[in-house]
Design a binder for this molecule. Structure first.
Ligand SMILES: Cc1cc2nc3c(=O)[nH]c(=O)nc-3n(C[C@H](O)[C@H](O)[C@H](O)COP(=O)(O)O)c2cc1C
Length: 262
């Protein structure tokens, strides 16, 4: 699979076939986690959590082998860094035929946080089950996918803009399509990009009243994922330098990827 195929074929896997992950695949995953970096240079620590040992489960997941969790220090931009790094792992797992699902809500959080030995100055925002996808979907999986319209995305014209937010971009590029197909919490797709020549300015359009209450901004994790998808397809320099582009009250500048002309 090339990179675009990995991105376009990946989907949240909530029904697994019950088989154990092979020791080779487990080793590949663990080795990979040690190489993951993000443009914020904020370390994200991954760990495998034994499902049986810690009695871990999620009401929406069936037949998983085990879980992977990740922790990050509570510092500025930790959500975006976390989203970027975790998505690198998700894409790598998919390239090996291993299914995953970002789980930030449908879990017994204290149980997972204890299993990951989470300290007071850390966040353990997300876990993912890992396993080999089942050929059929459990009922709860099918219902959940349908309720969040998991197979759908907003049209590019609602996500991508040319120089300002008044002008939807009228052409598509692989790197933008890669962002469009990124996963996001409840499939809300809060990322917006204003393209100005070689610069891709990322903004977060906050969903008004989106439940948080967990201490971090879940939608900033989504933005880290979106940045990961663009940089997975296109090389660019990561900068944080807000351009003078008018935004509405819900829209927050996050970062810019500056790419050389092709
Ligand atoms: C930050 C984040 C948190 C998520 N939390 C959950 C969750 O708690 N339970 C769940 O079933 N899916 C969760 N998801 C998965 C999304 O629902 C899913 O990515 C989205 O519906 C798009 O579907 P897809 O991943 O199959 O493309 C989460 C995704 C993200 C990015």
């Amino acid at each position: 699979m090339d990179r675009m195929q990995i991105i376009k074929s990946r989907k949240s896997v909530r029904t697994f076939n019950g088989e154990k992950i092979t020791p080779e695949d487990k080793e590949k995953l663990l080795n990979y986690t040690k190489t993951i970096k993000n443009p914020y240079n904020i370390p994200v620590e991954f760990m495998l959590l034994d499902r049986e040992k810690y009695n871990l489960s999620s009401p929406v997941i069936k037949g998983e082998d085990t879980y992977i969790a990740a922790k990050v220090s509570r510092v500025k931009h930790c959500e975006e860094a976390y989203g970027y790094s975790f998505e690198k792992l998700i894409l790598y797992a998919w390239s090996l035929g291993i299914g995953t699902t970002w789980i930030g809500g449908t879990l017994n959080r204290p149980l997972f946080e204890n299993a990951a030995n989470t300290k007071d100055d850390e966040y353990m925002m997300i876990v993912t089950p890992i396993g080999y996808p089942s050929k059929t979907q459990s009922e709860v999986d099918a219902k959940l996918r349908e309720s969040v319209h998991g197979n759908e995305r907003l049209p590019s014209s609602k996500l991508f803009f040319d120089k300002d937010f008044n002008t939807p971009l009228d052409f598509s590029e692989d790197c933008l399509d890669a962002v469009r197909w990124a996963p996001s919490a409840a499939n809300r797709q809060p990322w917006r990009i204003v393209k100005d020549n070689d610069d891709y300015h990322f903004y977060l359009e906050h969903t008004p009243g989106y439940p948080s209450g967990v201490g971090w901004d879940v939608q900033k994790i989504d933005l880290g994922i979106a940045i990961c998808h663009l940089m997975f397809i296109k090389d660019g320099k990561f900068i944080i330098d807000e351009p003078e582009i008018e935004t509405n009250e819900y829209t927050e500048y996050i970062a810019t990827i500056s790419c050389e002309s092709d």
